[in-house]
Design a protein around this ligand. Sequence first.
Ligand SMILES: [Zn+2]
Length: 454
Amino acid sequence: MNIYSKSVHFLDGAKVYIADNGDKDVLICEGKAYFGGAEGTNQFELNHETACTLRRLFPFTAPKRVLGEQRSIGLGDRLGIATPGHIKVISKYDIMPVFAQQSIRELDLTGRRYEDVLDAVTFAVFREDFTRGFGADGDHLKRPEDIEYALKLGFTMLTLDLSEHIHHNADGIYSQDVDGIYLGKTFDVEGHAISFTKPELERVKGIYGEALDFAMQMYDRFLKDGNCDLEISIDETDTPTAPSEHFFVASELKRRGADVKTIAPRFIGEFQKGIDYIGDPVAFDAEMEVHAAIARHFGHKVSVHSGSDKFSVFASVGNRTRQKYHVKTAGTNWLEAMRIVAQADTELYRKIHSFALAHFEEAKKYYHVTTDLSAIKPLEDVKDCELPEFFADNNARQLIHITYGLILNAKDDEGRPLFRNRLYKLWREHEEEYALALEKHIGKHLEMLGCPKA
Ligand SMILES: [Zn+2]
């Protein structure tokens, strides 16, 4: 049995650590019966019960509120294996991580639960002795039952997705009479004029009124006690968020008493999954300046969603927000995991690549991408040693990026997992390489954002 050296912790005469027991890791507790079990047992599965006890005994393994800090980054991990690599890179920078971050859509597509997501992080931070703290984000939640679920587990951040209550044709009803506050007024936000003429006020009320009422209902019901940070997400819309819209949403939430830590607007251009920004970086920069000014005006941070691989706009995000931001990345660590497969098991990679091509249309139901499958080099023309080059091609990246759920849940004729077990076994054997790949990849994000070193 191989002991993870950094995992060795002492507590009141007990020695608690994690060891590699061949095909899996186990937790070992010597000297005290903290983890229950029959007499003489000191070896425990890395399951939910063990994680709960660990969080109680070692508070640094439980999530805390981090969204109010200067800089924060969400690093959603769809596989439950990326946190050691994330720790490697985050340790070097002055930024607070949100290691546990998944949407209900991601849970459904990967067949995981919030328990699994949080527990994987708890074991990783214990194993690597990462004591700075981390957040846990119930990402893009829309329903009260989902919010309740995340909060019950101790999640410390809630990303409330208002998209189902936003009326793009501006025909929504707002409960509040706010004409006296905004009508005919122009607000000066660091030199940017935000004006509400009658038609403009009617428009923003019609679009966001009902969404604001819903946000306040959820806030009053779940978040008033202040144990969990709130992010408001208005990014999953068809049109970019106008400055007046960001201003109105932030202003109303503040006036009605909600403590909002971050707001995620929809920016101009395209933030597609797993590839660089599509659009005009100069126009983005000008708009980011206004959004950042509005955020400063109300005291929240701008949150950038689908932030993985947006290298051409990171400098703008870092500068315009004056180094005060939240950036979310999600699937990019899945792509790094698949790059490892392309290097280490070419036969398996080829099978998965073909499977993804055959199931791409199905996966497109869940994600907005503009992938051109015909531009991807045919698999039979690619030599084994060239397979990793697919991950430098945007179309191939998106192909693999959005089909993750189908790949992980694919079954053979007898109902056995087609790829899942082989993949996890391979990733376990190549854990070190994977951690190094993530360190490099996420490190590039932080460098380009201008994040200072720890
Ligand atoms: Zn989003």
